[in-house]
Structure formats: structure tokens, C-alpha cells
Write a protein that binds this ligand. Structure first.
Ligand SMILES: C[S@@+](CC[C@H](N)C(=O)[O-])C[C@H]1O[C@@H](n2cnc3c(N)ncnc32)[C@H](O)[C@@H]1O
Length: 336
């Protein structure tokens, strides 16, 4: 009986991998069953190259779409057996400046080429496809805002925002900024890329908001001299900076908090195989691209304690895509 079944399965597997029509059907069913939606013709075509059902199944379960939309089915991204990471997060001031100049140049170029896609990296937000999709792009800012408020509420924080000032570090094209500005008394929005800022400002003006103060970060000093605020906020920004810069931004953001003030920030705290040595980093050519970097949790906790803040919550999030071997965390902290 078992042998018969194995033979049958083998025949089915071969049929599926040899006939393009059946392969297309398998792909279509995989979309329905695993991703819960119908595929486009292009999506079916893109999957026809898998050699067998196992490869097809694997590509679906490992896809970003499945891992982001069905997180609860994926389990933890880390097993607990991961090795320590070697991450240099201290450098001398001259080297820190070199890192900053590189990040500034990179983000300015990316901002000129693909401002929206650089914020949410989906094909539909490339300039060639963005027409008719801007409303949906900016609507996603409300989701980030609701998540912020919900996190505050869960931790017993005062969520009356209308009297509070907020600093957003790395505001991009104002996706969340312009929602925050409708809720907070005043928003200080910082970004290193002038083209991102110009687009953010356009939205602010079109909404008739007069309470956003945009700042182009031009130097390390700008990064260090942040205004005193009730709340600091930064998502999908720190992960794009080398660890010594992540450290500097975090320290500055926590320095900017008034007593009792809170900060919510997200960063990558683990990535299998990641390491950072500044000499190695600066010695290889670096084209303008979206880089991914990590600062381990233990260093983040040290910075929080050094800046006289206490941790209220550390949440595993899917902001960097929820990949196996990678951990992205959202921290909620409060100044003592
Ligand atoms: C992926 S986008 C996210 C934008 C925004 N936080 C959002 O969620 O819509 C990252 C933004 O951070 C900015 N950025 C990256 N590194 C920065 C730094 N060191 N200082 C200031 N801005 C930075 C980039 O210019 C870009 O606009």
C-alpha cells in the first residue's frame, strides 16, 4: 500500500514538474492556499521555473508576502542557537564623519532616483508606477500611527497627544509625519535627504498644516543638537545606517527627551552572518544603495540605561520584512 502511494506521488510530482499547464495550475493553487489570493499571469509565469513541488512550496513559505502577512504561522525568526555578532559601534570622530558623509550622499541619490520606493520598497511605489497610488502610499502612514498609539496605550502612557511635541528622526517623504502633525501639537521632522524633505513639505502644505518644522541634517552636529521633546519616533531609518551612526542617533534621540518623555524606535538587532568592521566597510567601494545594518539588543539596552531611560517594551516587528535569522525590534522607552 505504502509502495503504491509512493509511486503515485512520484508520478504526480513528475507530471507537475514536466507539464507547463499543470505547473501553472500548481502555482495558482499555491497562491490561493498559501497566500490567500489569486495570482496575476506574470506572477504565475515567474514561478514556472521551479524544478519540483518542493522547490515551489519552499519559495512560497519563504516569500516576503507570506512571512509578512501570516507572521503568526511562521514561528520565531531566531532559534536561540545563533552565535554572537561582531559589531564595531565605536569609531573616532573623523571616521564617524566619513560614515555620515557616505550615508548622506547615498540617501540624497536614492531620494532623487526613487523617493517613494526607498521608503516602502514595493514595485508599485517606483516612480514609473506611482501614478494613482500616492493616496494608498500615504494612507499607510495611518497604520504606523495607530500602531504607535496602541503601543502607548498598552503600556499605560498618556495618549493625549494634542499638547505634546514630537521629533521624528528620518521622516522621509512625510508618510507618517503628516499624520503625526494632525495629532501632535508640533512635529520636528529630520531627514538627511533634501529631495525626500521637499516631497514631505509638499504634502504638509497641501494639507494646510503649519506645525511641522522640517530640518535637513547636514552634519553630525545637526544630528546631535535635537530639540527637547515629549516624544521621539523613528521607524525604518536606523537599520539603514552603520552601527556607529545608529549609536549616535539613538543617543541624541534619547538626550532630546524631556523628563518623563518617551521614545519609540525600531532597528535590526540581529542578522545571521552580519558583522561590521569600519576599516573593511570604508575600504570597499559603496554605490548609493539601501544598506541594512544591525545593532545588537544588548548595546541598545546599554545606550538606554546610559541615557537614564527605562525600557517599557521590546516588540518583535515585521518592519524589515520578518526574515528567518533576522530580528527587528521596536523599543518603547521612557526618560526617568
Ligand atoms: C526607509 S525611509 C523611512 C521614512 C519614514 N521613517 C517612513 O517610515 O516613512 C528612511 C529615511 O531615513 C532617512 N535617513 C537615513 N539615514 C539617516 C540619517 N543618518 N539621518 C537622517 N535621515 C536619515 C532617509 O533619507 C530616508 O528618508
Amino acid at each position: 500500500m505504502k509502495a503504491k502511494m509512493t509511486k503515485l506521488l512520484h508520478r504526480l510530482k513528475n507530471t507537475v514538474s514536466s507539464s507547463p499547464l499543470d505547473k501553472a495550475t500548481a502555482v495558482q493553487y499555491a497562491y490561493r492556499l498559501i497566500l490567500g489570493r489569486e495570482p496575476s499571469a506574470a506572477e504565475v509565469l515567474a514561478h514556472l521555473g521551479h524544478p519540483d513541488l518542493q522547490a515551489l512550496r519552499r519559495s512560497f513559505f519563504e516569500s516576503q508576502e507570506f512571512r509578512s502577512n501570516y507572521r503568526w504561522l511562521c514561528g520565531a525568526t531566531l532559534s536561540g542557537y545563533e552565535p554572537p555578532l561582531s559589531v564595531q559601534d565605536w569609531v573616532d570622530p573623523a571616521t564617524l564623519k566619513r560614515l555620515f558623509v557616505h550615508i548622506q550622499a547615498s540617501w540624497r541619490t536614492i531620494g532623487e532616483q526613487e523617493p517613494y520606493w526607498s521608503v516602502l520598497s514595493a514595485d508599485e511605489y517606483k516612480l514609473a508606477n506611482i501614478q494613482g497610488r500616492l493616496e494608498e502610499f500615504y494612507r499607510s502612514g495611518w497604520e504606523s500611527f495607530h500602531l504607535l498609539v496602541n503601543t502607548m496605550k498598552r503600556n499605560g502612557l498618556d495618549d493625549r497627544l494634542e499638547d505634546k511635541t514630537l521629533l521624528e528622526y528620518g521622516c522621509g517623504v512625510g508618510r507618517v509625519t503628516n499624520v503625526l502633525a494632525q495629532k501632535f501639537k508640533r512635529v520636528h521632522a529630520y531627514d538627511v535627504s533634501t529631495s525626500h524633505l521637499a516631497l514631505a513639505r509638499q504634502v504638509t502644505d497641501s494639507l494646510g498644516l503649519a506645525n511641522v518644522h522640517y530640518v535637513a541634517v547636514q552634519s553630525l552636529r545637526d544630528m546631535q543638537e535635537l530639540p527637547q521633546v515629549d516624544m521621539a519616533y523613528s521607524i525604518i531609518v536606523l537599520q539603514h545606517n552603520p552601527p556607529p551612526i545608529i549609536r549616535l542617533i539613538l543617543e541624541s534621540m534619547l538626550d532630546a527627551l524631556k523628563p518623563g518623555g518617551t521614545a519609540l524606535f525600531q532597528l535590526l538587532t540581529y542578522q545571521e552572518g552580519y558583522s561590521f568592521r569600519v576599516e573593511e566597510y570604508l575600504s570597499s567601494p559603496r554605490p548609493a544603495q539601501i544598506e541594512m545594518h544591525v545593532l545588537p539588543q544588548q548595546r541598545v539596552f546599554e545606550i538606554i540605561a546610559d541615557k537614564r531611560c527605562r525600557v517599557l517594551e521590546v516588540l518583535d516587528d515585521a518592519l524589515a520584512g520578518y526574515r528567518k535569522g533576522q530580528l527587528s525590534n521596536t523599543f518603547l522607552v521612557q526618560k526617568r
